[in-house]
Each structure stands twice: as C-alpha cells, then as structure tokens.
Design a protein around this ligand. Structure first.
Ligand SMILES: [Zn+2]
Length: 142
C-alpha cells in the first residue's frame, strides 16, 4: 500500500488516498477513476507534483528576503556615504596606503578606504594594522 497526498486542481483541496502501488495510481488516473472527494473533478494530481503549492511558499520567502535585503542595503548605503565623505579612496592601493598611513605618522590625517584581498588584510593584521571589511554596493546597482 502507498499513500499519496492528492490535490484537486479545480477546487484546490488536498486529500490523502491509499493505493496498492504507484502503478495502480497511474492506472486509475488513466482510466479517469481518480476523482476529487469534494467536487468530483477528475483533475486530481499527486500534490508533490503541484508546483503552484511549492512556488507560493518559495515566493513568500523570497519576498521576505528582499525586504530584509533592502533594509541591509540602506544601512550599507548610509555607511558608504559616511565613508566617502570622511575617508580617502585609494582603490587597489589599499594595502600599500594602509602601510604608509600606519608607518608614516605625519600622513595620518584621514582614514582611507579601497580594495584589498583577504591575503592583504591578513598581512596587514599581522603587522598590527587593523582594517575593517565592509560590504560594498556599487551605485549602478540601484
Ligand atoms: Zn475538487
């Protein structure tokens, strides 16, 4: 015996039904002997195969994630604005500039920001230079 959760695509109810085997299910379906308990429609499917059920759940989650993402994105944007106004952009030279700021104290007037690899960050940290990794959103990504 095998139990299937069936879905009627007409009235969208689901119900459990027992079959001797999956073959029997296929046979009954082919002979149009599978009918909805509620509306007698023959459009009855195994609910595992009902993509509309799975999709609506997934969609809900995606909507939530997007809302969360927008929130985070705004925070990052605010942070970025602050950094752009208060720090000097040094691009790919970050590791080099960070060292010169660190070792040449006279130059230590303004913070810097730029691109660095994980390896750069690790090396800087070993030299006692703290750098913070922040997520970055390009303006074109609006
Ligand atoms: Zn039905």
């Amino acid at each position: 015996m095998i139990k299937y959760n069936l879905l009627c695509t007409d009235c969208e109810i689901t119900f459990d039904s027992w079959f001797a085997s999956s073959k029997e299910y296929e046979k009954l379906k082919r002979k149009k002997l599978l009918v909805c308990h509620s509306c007698n429609s023959q459009k009855v499917e195994k609910s595992l195969m009902a993509p509309q059920l799975i999709n609506s759940k997934k969609k809900q989650k995606e909507t939530l994630d997007i809302a969360k993402y927008k929130d985070v994105k705004k925070t990052i944007k605010d942070y970025q604005k602050f950094i752009k106004e208060n720090f000097k952009y040094v691009g790919e030279n970050f590791a080099y500039e960070a060292r010169s700021v660190h070792y040449d104290k006279k130059n230590n007037t303004k913070g810097i920001y730029g691109n660095a690899s994980k390896k750069d960050l690790k090396e800087l940290k070993e030299e006692g230079i703290e750098a913070q990794m922040i997520p970055w959103i390009e303006d074109k990504d609006n």
